[in-house]
Design a protein around this ligand. Structure first.
Ligand code: 6R9
Length: 644
């Protein structure tokens, strides 16, 4: 993201926060750099191991093994080990349903009891160590229960986001050849219901590996139960044996497979293993969120995405945290729902995405002002570059100016947070994820593979292995090699671009595949977007490169205006000027399309591929099944033809 140079301001950690922070000593960076294997081994020792490893790291690029020979179980670490440390009666999960006031709380002991029973259910259905289990559930406690039950018996889970279509579910089940599917009758969100079981039935018409389907009764909606295949969760749980000791897993056994979102073609089955992954998410949760015993921590992501895996389930629970889990949407039943939840549950740490923040900005501060948000002490951001104006708004209006903001860069592939401020140490610059965490060695490379030292722009890479890294793409090691390692050998290619400024801060500019080339000038869509949203009339912008005979590509900007502002030729002109002012004349959009909405994946990422097709007048929009709201496309088609 561009710095919006005229307004750049830095923020030091508040003194009282810094004085009590989990990480206070800067020497941690040096210590980690001196001996990064020893450093991570020290972190791994904070977990429970049945047997310690023989070797910290075996690195045969691109294959990494961490804590070789170590025996560990993720479910044991998230449950038994917490109870051993006296957290049996502490709340592990505080669940809030789609309807306000619909709550459920599970202490660590209660969660463990449920997990053990469901682990026995899975065993009784024939699931053995190494068998994959697909999970297609709404945001209900049964989702982490099912995941931890899989982890307990060594069955890799593959969670499929509850709003994915039947076709997407089928592809994912077939790719990992899951034996059992766990789903629900239907999933309520924002007052509407997703027919999960009906989707599952459709998916299962062509998913031969599935032997049994376990169905959670969430809403009571009528469903079709197939004799001999489909079983009710509650009936199985009633009969289940209560005790199920955790399997001793090899550090490198697969913990889960998660299919990556939003890109074209076949989804990538990203594989995470046990010991290294758990070490990474455990450490980063403690450091980045400054987690303390009495925190109420809320990550607003869906567990169907990696953010939920790492920072609702494995990171917080392996730290003994109280994690809030919310089934609904920010707008239901009213647009102050999140602020109501924060006030009612006394949330202290909030971790969310820039797209949510920008949608709140559009509504103004009214909904926030109705609530007391003074419990909050730390704010996090993830998923895309956060533009400085959204950062500032988040800091001022949600955080009341007193909470550090951590902008965390990472990917499904990295397993956990890689670049982020440490809230008690780092001076932040709005829009910058700041520095790689201790023990993480990020760099910037040019196209030829030369490292750009000092200020400069290039591809964001990771130079040394890290514990949470993906180990492979499921059953496709060749694609793993090509996608991430072919470009730079033993250095990981992230697919993102980044700039380092004069002070050494990293500014992640977005996917390098979203780079536009206009007359030989490389322009980042994220940079143009940031320039546009810095204009007071603009709430959100998405920029794409359209094929252009003269210049190679031309920039088209789709713009959502603040409040009830209307688009006009004058305003379009003004916005072009704005981009010229912030970046330069070469980055001025050729066309500006005013639109009430943008096509997004359900995790909030703008689907630029669809915008590109639309602006090039192509009728074939490719795969649109991952769209959060398909009707957006039709209204955009009208806008585009009207603007011609
Ligand atoms: C965790 C997650 C990964 C991609 C990543 C990058 C973008 C995520 C970001 C960010 C700038 C941040 N991204 N966090 N860009 N600043 N703080 O989102 O995983 O769904 O795999 O997406 O998201 O482009 O490459 P995933």
């Amino acid at each position: 993201m561009t710095e919006e140079k005229s307004t750049v301001r830095t923020y030091d950690p508040p003194e009282d926060f810094a004085a009590r922070a989990n990480v206070r000593d800067r020497s941690i960076y040096e210590e980690a750099a001196k001996d990064f294997e020893g450093f991570w081994a020290g972190r791994a020792r904070k977990l429970h191991w049945f047997r310690e490893w023989d070797e910290v790291l075996r690195w045969d690029p691109p294959e990494a093994q961490w804590f070789v020979g170590g025996k560990i179980n993720a479910s044991y670490n998230c449950l038994d080990y917490q109870i051993e440390q006296g957290r049996g009666d502490k709340r592990a999960i505080v669940w809030e349903g789609d309807e306000p006031g619909e709550n459920r709380t599970l202490t660590y002991s209660e969660l463990k009891a449920e997990v053990e029973k469901f682990a026995n259910v899975l065993k009784s259905l024939g699931v053995r160590k190494g068998d994959a289990v697909s999970i297609y559930l709404p945001m209900i406690p049964e989702l982490p229960i099912a995941m931890l039950a899989c982890a307990r018996i060594g069955a890799p889970h593959s969670v499929v986001f509850g709003a994915f279509s039947a076709q997407s579910l089928r592809d994912r089940i077939n790719d990992c050849e899951a034996k059992v599917l766990v789903t629900a009758d239907s999933g309520p969100r924002g007052g509407k219901r997703t027919p999960l079981k009906a989707n599952a039935d459709e998916a299962l018409q062509d998913a031969p590996s599935i032997e049994k389907v376990v169905v959670v009764r969430r809403t009571g909606d009528a469903v079709n139960m197939v004799e001999g295949r489909d079983l009710w969760w509650h009936e199985l749980m009633e009969k289940a044996e209560p005790e199920c000791p955790a399997e001793e897993m090899d550090s490198e056994d697969i913990l889960y497979i998660l299919y990556s979102s939003g890109s074209t073609g076949k989804p990538k089955g990203i594989v995470h293993t046990t010991g290294g992954y758990l070490t990474h998410v455990n450490t980063t949760t403690e450091w980045v969120f400054d987690l303390k015993e009495d925190d109420v921590y809320w990550c607003t992501a869906d567990i169907g995405w990696v953010t939920g895996h790492s920072y609702i389930v494995y990171g917080p629970l392996s730290n003994g945290a109280t994690a809030l889990m919310f089934e609904g949407t920010p707008a239901y039943p009213a647009n102050d729902r999140w602020w109501d939840i924060i006030e009612r549950h006394g949330v202290t740490i909030l971790y969310t995405a820039p797209t949510a923040i920008r949608s709140f900005m559009k509504q103004g501060t009214g909904p926030i002002e109705k609530h007391d948000l003074s419990s909050l002490r730390l704010l996090g951001s993830v998923g895309e570059p956060i533009n400085p104006r959204a950062w500032e708004w988040y800091h001022e209006h949600v955080g009341g100016g007193r909470c550090p903001v951590v902008d965390t860069w990472w990917q499904t592939e990295t397993g956990g947070i890689m670049i982020s401020p440490l809230p008690g140490i780092t001076r932040t610059k709005p829009g910058s994820a700041t520095f790689p965490l201790p023990g993480i060695f990020a760099g910037i490379y040019d196209e030829e593979g030369n490292e750009i030292e000092g200020p400069g722009v290039g591809n964001l890479v990771i130079k040394r292995p890290w514990p949470g890294m993906l180990r492979t793409l499921y059953k496709d090691p060749e694609r793993f090699r090509e996608t991430y390692w072919q470009k730079y050998g033993d250095v990981y290619f992230s697919g993102d671009g980044a700039r380092r400024d004069e002070d050494g801060y990293f500014w992640v500019t977005g996917r390098v595949d979203d780079v536009i080339n206009v007359s030989g000038h490389r322009i980042s869509t994220a940079e143009v977007e940031s320039a546009l949203v810095a204009h007071p009339a603009v709430a959100e912008a998405a920029v794409i490169g359209r094929y252009d005979e003269d210049t190679g590509q031309a920039i088209v900007a789709y713009v959502i205006l603040e409040g009830d502002r209307k688009g006009s030729d004058e305003l379009a002109q003004e916005l072009r000027q704005q981009v010229r002012r912030v970046i330069g004349a070469h980055a001025r959009p050729q066309e500006i399309v005013f639109t009430p909405d943008l096509p997004k994946t359900r995790s909030g990422k703008i689907m630029r591929r669809i915008l590109r097709s639309l602006s090039e007048g192509r009728d074939d929009l490719g795969d649109t099944t991952t769209l959060a709201d398909p009707s957006v496309v039709d209204s955009l088609k009208e806008q585009v033809s009207a603007s011609r």
